[in-house]
Design a protein around this ligand. Structure first.
Ligand code: SF4
Ligand code: SF4
Length: 214
């Protein structure tokens, strides 16, 4: 499969360094960069892989919320954090556009919330580990799981739109904000970061990890 054109591989909003330097490296044009484009001390900005969209997967996972059991194993196992999950109040779910798939979140600690799972189709490598580990099978068709791999070309546009909205869901005060305010007791009463599933609700970013390990 051909690589994405650089204009698509680098999303809007990427930092200047990524659009001027990293984009040329992705395009294989690194030797055309003038020395003046590179940092004088040789240090490169970090956390720029998030802007490098490779779109290399021929198949990507598609979520069927109707049989999902909220276990979080798909998000745990993904080597690239390309499939993520989040929870938010039911009122947010009711107001969300149809592009966002969601379901009732099964949790005694956090009632009145909905769960959404989304895939970053341009970051997914198509390894299918998430599908292999998913324990939820359809009763009518045991071959069908809560996530199945499907043709990327047929689903990419819809999954891109879903991922774009998913990323804009505000942090939920019921978990992330309480952690940031170090209100650990109330936080643990809702979502316990020591539980593998609950840990999946935190963004896999170094800054967030520092916050939740204080
Ligand atoms: S197919 Fe692989 S890379 Fe893609 S979301 Fe699943 S585990 Fe992650
Ligand atoms: S592994 Fe399957 S059942 Fe578990 S959260 Fe992911 S999609 Fe749902």
């Amino acid at each position: 499969m051909d690589a994405l054109p650089v204009s698509l591989a680098i999303p809007a909003g990427a930092p200047d360094f990524v659009t001027t330097v990293t984009a040329q490296l992705i395009a294989g044009n690194g030797e055309l960069l003038p020395v003046s484009a590179l940092p004088p001390d040789g240090t490169f900005p970090t956390a720029t892989a998030q802007y490098e969209k490779r779109a290399l997967a021929p198949t990507i996972p598609i979520w069927d919320p109707s049989i999902c059991i909220d276990c979080g194993k798909c998000a745990i196992v993904c080597p690239h954090s390309s499939i993520r999950m989040t929870v938010f109040p039911d009122a947010t779910a009711d107001a969300a556009p149809a592009v966002l798939l969601h379901k009732a979140f099964k949790s005694r600690e956090l009632p009145g919330h909905s769960l959404a799972i989304a895939v970053a189709p341009d970051d997914c490598t198509g390894c299918a580990l998430c599908v292999d580990v998913c324990p939820a099978h359809s009763k009518e068709n045991p071959e069908h799981k809560s996530i199945d791999m499907a043709d990327a070309l047929a689903h990419r546009d819809a999954e891109r739109a879903r991922w774009e909205f998913f990323e804009r869901i505000p942090d939920n005060p019921a978990h992330l904000h309480l952690v940031v305010s170090l209100d650990a007791d109330r936080f643990i009463a809702r979502l316990d970061k020591a539980k593998p599933r609950d840990a999946q609700f935190f963004m896999p970013a170094p800054g967030t990890w520092l916050q939740i390990t204080k």
